[in-house]
Design a protein around this ligand. Structure first.
Ligand code: PLP
Length: 411
């Protein structure tokens, strides 16, 4: 008998388990609408042309090597990444109010945020949207933090429950932490409008809540980095005069660096009165973030960081990257329209306009768990049982097939 005999067997991760079932499915036509990773119009993973070019430049460089990075990561990455998020003319950057460290993609950035909050922010409740990305709750709770939900999705109208959202912001204890999706909300694909963001951020500011922007899809939703940073930049104007703002940034989707784990955690400090030595505060925070990384990774991974840094700091590659983001976002948008149009043509019961209105990688289709199960069993169309479909899995070769399958399970 060993000390391990009573370890509980956990169920497989529901999302990654789809991948397994798909691999084991011997049917000739299969469609993967599960995992949120971009596919091209032939259903293949896509290495961005800007990434290919950056890799070439890195490997041709005579100083090419695989040495360790510093603990805080590659400075040309973290600085470039902060400019991408906050904008070239960001007052926070100009005033030295941004502390940045490299992280293991967006998940690692959230982990650093959770660790920092649990260590330095007292006993705060972490508010997550209902629904949210499945990993949010686990990341915060693993650090001993308590999570709660705020209203977000109105299932009946397939739209934002703004009233419930504002009510929950007001009801939360002052100074709570609110995790908001900077754009392309996962899983619903539904973002607040500009006016709605304005009321949401005003209400958050009035309660002096600490806002954490989870930015996993910047440029991937609309094709424009600036457009997709709208909420974050407005948030900094409304919140950062008084409260710190946390930003967790991923380059998994917008640079297609999924498995390379490239991301950053940024802490934007509030404007303080002249009596406070802002520089000393920033240095202390930096040192604490470095301690977290040192004890867990020693230093972050270099290769993907060099690729993204090369793209951000080489004007021709940056220009190519902008085109790449348009290629991805416009193909996904085209697939939204094609799916909706096929469903309408088939006379599928219900209204399917929300598929086109939603943005980013996903659509919250409104399909029930029973319908999702039938899609998989009878048609080899795989999605998560919440009815979330990764639109990137659609292409001109399979979208009509998927529409016919949906049409059949809905009736
Ligand atoms: N946050 C949200 C909302 C996401 O959807 C994802 C990925 O699906 C992430 C964070 C983190 O992804 P990664 O760790 O691959 O950057």
């Amino acid at each position: 008998k060993t000390i391990f005999n009573n370890i509980e067997l956990l169920p497989p991760d529901s999302l990654f388990n789809i991948k397994q079932r798909l691999a084991n499915d011997s049917r000739s036509v299969k469609v993967d609408l599960g995992i949120g990773a971009y596919r091209d119009d032939t259903g293949k993973p896509w290495v961005l042309p800007s990434v290919r070019e950056a890799e070439k430049l890195i490997q041709e460089d005579p100083s090419y090597n695989h040495e360790y990075l510093g603990i805080a990561g590659l400075p040309t990455l973290t600085q470039g990444a902060a400019r991408v998020l906050l904008g070239e003319d960001s007052p926070a950057l100009r005033e030295g109010r941004v502390v940045s460290v490299q992280s293991l993609s967006g998940t690692g950035a959230l982990h650093i945020a959770a660790k920092f909050i649990s260590k330095f922010c007292g006993d705060k409740l972490i508010y997550l949207s209902d629904p949210t990305w499945a990993n949010h709750k686990a990341i915060f709770e693993t650090q001993g933090l308590k999570t709660a939900n705020y209203a977000y999705w109105n299932a009946a109208s397939k739209s934002l429950d703004l009233e419930g959202y504002l009510r929950d912001i007001k009801a939360a204890p002052n100074g709570s932490v609110f995790v908001v999706h900077a754009c392309a909300h996962n899983p619903t694909g539904l973002d607040p409008s500009k006016d709605e963001w304005s009321s949401i951020l005003d209400t958050l500011a009035a309660k002096e809540h600490i806002v954490l922007f989870d930015s996993a899809y910047q440029g991937f939703a609309s094709g424009s980095l600036d457009e997709d940073a709208y909420a974050l930049r407005l948030g900094l104007k409304k919140l950062a005069p008084v409260t710190p703002v946390f930003v967790c940034q991923s380059f998994a989707k917008n640079v297609g660096m999924y498995g390379e784990r490239v991301g950053c955690f940024h802490l934007v400090l509030p404007q303080q009165d002249a009596a406070v030595d802002q520089k000393a505060v920033a240095s202390a925070i930096s040192s604490q973030l470095a301690r977290i990384t040192r004890s867990e990774l020693s230093n972050p991974p270099a290769y993907g960081a060099k690729i993204v840094s090369k793209i951000l700091n080489t004007p021709e590659l940056t220009a190519q990257w902008y085109k790449d983001m348009i290629t991805m976002s416009s193909r996904i948008h085209k697939m939204r329209i094609a799916l909706r149009d096929h469903l309408v043509k088939l006379g599928t019961p219900g209204n399917w306009d929300h598929i086109v209105g939603q943005t980013g990688m996903f659509s919250y289709t409104g399909l029930s768990p029973q319908m999702v199960e039938r899609l998989e069993k009878e048609h080899a169309v795989y999605l998560v049982n919440s009815g979330r479909a990764s639109i990137a899995g659609l292409n001109s070769g399979n979208v009509e097939y998927v529409a016919r399958a949906i049409n059949e399970v809905v009736r």
